[in-house]
Design a protein around this ligand. Structure first.
Ligand SMILES: O=C[C@H](O)COP(=O)(O)O
Length: 271
């Protein structure tokens, strides 16, 4: 690998559209209805895209059983310890043994509500990768940090600390989700231009941590109030490689439309 002179947009990064159900839905029946509906929205005319759903642990296996292999079913988090006296913990071995291949780490709700630190998140990332699974590392700044023009430096810190010790050869199993905290669940989606600007900065940071060629291979997703109305223009941006969708992933029609995005943007004819 040497420095590349090619622009990031010249690299073929397969889009990844993911949903994060968080603490929803409340019953297995609802979960399976939702999962079946989302799977049925992935058709032959869907763009060439990877789809992943991060679901509560208790629904993982049953969700896998109804989606017909059309999408990956991942875990919303994991305990970085291997085994032992960690009440309530779920280990990487446990989820790997039921076929999980994607795991979220560093979501702002885990950072803020559950007090997970960059150190803990880094331990999760390393454990997930050691186990042979893929990790989606979430990063993003608060509203105050955004208004102080600190988005780039906050993301730099979270990327460097979250990926500390991650080997270059494991980065094909890493995706980054840039989620400005001020856009999560608020209806305030970042403009495509703002998101693109931070994504490009994140890619530069990754290039500094590894090298440009490697950075150009890493998928960087946007998350924060993504809806059918915003997905096309976000996906038209050169450094936005997908989305991490919260609220809209609980709605079959909305998430189905998001999966069937139009990379040419909202002004282009529909697929
Ligand atoms: O993980 C997903 C993000 O927190 C975005 O959630 P949201 O789409 O409800 O804003």
């Amino acid at each position: 690998f040497g420095p590349s002179t090619a622009p990031p947009s010249a690299h073929a990064r397969k889009p990844l559209i993911s949903g994060n159900w968080k603490l929803n839905p409340q019953t297995k029946e609802e979960a399976l209805t939702l999962a079946r509906g989302i799977a049925s929205a992935i058709t032959d005319s869907t763009p060439d895209v990877d789809v992943a759903l991060f679901v509560p642990y208790v629904f993982i296996e049953s969700t896998m059983s109804v989606v017909g292999g059309k999408l990956s079913v991942g875990a919303e988090g994991v305990c970085p310890h291997s085994n032992g006296a960690y009440t309530g913990g779920i280990s990487t071995s446990m989820i790997k043994s039921i076929g999980v291949d994607w795991v979220l780490a560093g979501h702002s709700e885990r950072r803020e509500i559950f007090g997970e630190t960059d150190y803990y998140i880094n331990a999760q990332c390393l454990k997930i990768l050691d186990e042979g699974m893929s990790v989606m590392l979430c990063i993003g700044e608060s509203l105050a940090e955004f208004e102080a023009d600190l988005a780039g430096s906050v993301c730099a810190t979270q990327l460097k600390k979250g990926l500390k010790g991650v080997r270059k050869e494991d980065l094909d199993r890493v995706a980054i989700a840039y989620e400005p905290v001020w856009a999560i669940g608020t209806g305030k989606v970042a403009t495509p231009e703002i998101a693109q600007s931070v994504h490009a900065k994140c890619r530069d940071i990754l290039a500094g941590m590894y090298d440009r060629e490697t950075a150009n291979m890493i998928r960087i997703l946007y998350g924060g109030s993504v809806t059918p109305d915003s997905i096309d223009d976000l996906m038209a941006m050169p450094d936005i490689d997908g989305a991490l969708v919260g609220g809209a992933s609980l709605d079959i029609n909305k998430f189905g439309r998001i999966v069937n995005f139009n990379k040419a943007g909202s002004l282009a004819p529909a697929n």
